[in-house]
Design a protein around this ligand. Sequence first.
Ligand code: FMN
Ligand code: SAM
Length: 497
Amino acid sequence: MTLPKPEAPDAQPAPVTFGQLVRWRRDVRRFRSDPVPEALIDRLLRLADLAPSVGNSQPWRVINVRSPDVRAVVRQNFETARQRSADGYSGEQADLYNRLKLAGFDAAPVHLAVFCDRDATQGHGLGRQTMPETLDHSCACMVTVLWLAAREAGLGLGWVSILDPDVILSTLKVPPAWKFVGYLLLGWPEEEHLDPELERHGWQPRTPFESRYVELGTGETQSAETNRRPKPAAAGGSVTLVGAGPGDPELLTVKALKALQSADAVLFDDLVARPILDFVRPGARLIDVGKRGYRTSCKQPDINAQMVALARQGLKVVRLKSGDPLIFGRAGEEIAACQSAGIPLSVVPGVTSAQGAAANLKVSLTNRDHARRLQFITAHDRHGRLPADIDWSSVADSAATTIIYMPKRTLAELTEIAIAHGLDPNTSAIAVANATRADEQVFKSSVGAIAGELAAAHPDGPVLVMIGEALRYATTKDTADQAGVILSALGVLSELT
Ligand SMILES: Cc1cc2nc3c(=O)[nH]c(=O)nc-3n(C[C@H](O)[C@H](O)[C@H](O)COP(=O)(O)O)c2cc1C
Ligand SMILES: C[S@@+](CC[C@H](N)C(=O)[O-])C[C@H]1O[C@@H](n2cnc3c(N)ncnc32)[C@H](O)[C@@H]1O
């Protein structure tokens, strides 16, 4: 769809159909600061004034707030109310709330405060005897017309309601019967988007029409419950969670390769090795949703929402994750998002990084002389700390091979506690950075020393640590070199004899 161009003062609005306008209308919170011609504002307000109202009551009252002092009070009130709302959320939702842009006070050149006059006599009370709130509904109709008219003219409008109405009423000194409806910010949009801001940032996607539309009296009455079923993806839309393996592209499964070659959109993590992206079908959308450890990045709800939104457009979406998607990959949340949205979903397993690392070390993780248990643990909880509920007796078990994912930050603490629980500090331990990649690094050590060695080497890229006596048979480059020296010495000896 071509977006309308910003309107020059005297120009005709760009041609856009009503359907396009409604779909394209976006609440705007990012404005350029250049002024809006007075004549244009006047024209838009007059158009909005033609909105439907109960009994033709036209109860809206609009104040064009020009005073910088008043604007400053409103802005301050917004900040206070916003902070209060933020305190009501916790965890990821709180982070997300704090990242949402909820108003564009500073840049928007036009500020309009809208009120509903509950004493409006116009209309002779028609239609509001039983429902006095129809006056408020009428004001919302007016704002909607203004919103659409503004967007048609290339302007952006943001409706701000995170405000304390009492503060607004007293600051603007309006008559007591005026009820605050909303504070509108108007200006030229800094950027245009086809998808709603709240959907783009993973707050709340739009949900299926069917969940709000109920037919009654057609013989076969559908219940609202039936209608609450999630809307299926548009024909062909689907999500496949694909394991990219630890890095070496040749470790991709044939099924993973086929999925990449038929994808319309690929959402990939930061840890996915770049050469793997070369297998993606040319023309497919490549979207980096990297969740970089310890750095700011895409949040999980954003990724879920984007994945679902793309599938709803009828696209074959591949969610490409490092290693195996079902191992420490937050796949559970992505699977739940697809299932609750009714999106067809499949999973293609991948080689987990522990397997890739073990293969290069040519070591059996379950050597029958040393290991009767193989366990994968994470050293990183949702706050980046050592998980509080690790079963230390399992980690200290001398007959276990333990693979520690995400160990970088907490390894010293982890090994110290494991030793305190009885794990022999001389137990073999190996750290592998960038397993199966060209820059793979191996650190062969012991449980007591591995954290110090890793901290000193400070390798870039993902690292995992393996501990257990089975690891003592690992073939690292050093041991391979030593074996080579011994074999060639033996060769020399045999030639001499
Ligand atoms: C009554 C009402 C009040 C709203 N208040 C706010 C607000 O305070 N802050 C904000 O960022 N968006 C506010 N919005 C915008 C919505 O949160 C939402 O982003 C918008 O309606 C989506 O429209 P779009 O699809 O055109 O982007 C409000 C919208 C309405 C209808
Ligand atoms: C979020 S988890 C993802 C695990 C992934 N799903 C898997 O199966 O390997 C990220 C952790 O996996 C490990 N990891 C992933 N790829 C790796 C690689 N190529 N080399 C070493 N460790 C890797 C690291 O411990 C890293 O911190």
